[in-house]
Design a protein around this ligand. Sequence first.
Ligand code: GAL
Length: 354
Amino acid sequence: MKIKTCVTLLCAAFVAAGISATASAAKIGVSMPTQSLQRWNQDGANMKAQLEKAGYEVELLYAGDNDIPTQVNQIENMISGGDDVLVIAAIDGSALTEVLKGAKEKKIPVISYDRLIMNTDAVSYYATFDNFKVGQIQGHFLEDALKLKDAATTPKNIEFFTGPTDDNNVNFFWGGALEVLQPYLDNGKLVCKSGQTTKEQAATLNWNNEEAQKRMENLISSCGYGPEGTKLDAVLCSNDSTANGVTNALLSEGYDASNFPIVTGQDCDRPSVKNIKKGYQAMSVFKDTRTLAAQVVKMVDEIIKGQPVEVNDTKTYNNGTGVIPSFLCTPVIGTKDNYKKLLIDSGYYKESEI
Ligand code: GAL
């Protein structure tokens, strides 16, 4: 799958009846999945601050801890309460079909935030990071770190962790990483001793850190991994919360910075950056939530003002009712070597926080 991030297309403006023409008159509903992961708190806070700065009234709601009925309820209330545009990061991409019929009826534009909302024609736009690229960055990092291209390299042991299959992003994270790694599984350079190499087998409910930890503990005992046991060279983790669970299990098993398997991640969440500094997790992928928030605020503004909405991908994201015009922001790698420049100098974190 090739994603054309470089082409900037201008999509026809979504001029819906009933939308106020000025920022000051408009109320924007922002629905976020959970407060239990740092990134969503950051996303919510950035969206609220930037929308308010642009003059909008903001209704920001978190759906408990990934509680689908709560999210449905909150969206229903946003629709009946007269919000002018909805920005939604779905818990389960396929669980909002019914409730969004109300948005469609009232001609309330819906922006799918970070994760694509599936099976509804109520979604006008999608703003996210290039999720396939996230997986590719992780795959290439492992390919380099394990020297898989090198003919002299002996087979390396790897295990796989990704997110829940109801998050459409997982298809892209997994697809991007496996595009790089599958040939090495096929030619025997990579060996997955558990045999759990499908997306479904590697899935983690709600991206839950403890679930990932439990599964890693099981793999340690069933495959005999350990500093004194079977060598575990790498663990592909699609994001930081799964990486943290895996890291906890490996630390309990006695691994330390001198022999830690190469663990990947995504989000540059604070616990992961701390682990990167300590030499446990090897990398993360930085998706600057300020950039995504700024792009979505721009989209909201263009919608409200009846202007053309800027997108840069009109091919990749089909939600089951058609391709949703999307804006893909660019993810970048975060490691021990560049975290200062990336996260501290850019003002994302204070050194004391990580
Ligand atoms: C994904 C998101 C990732 C990560 C994960 C867990 O959909 O793109 O950045 O945060 O959810 O919340």
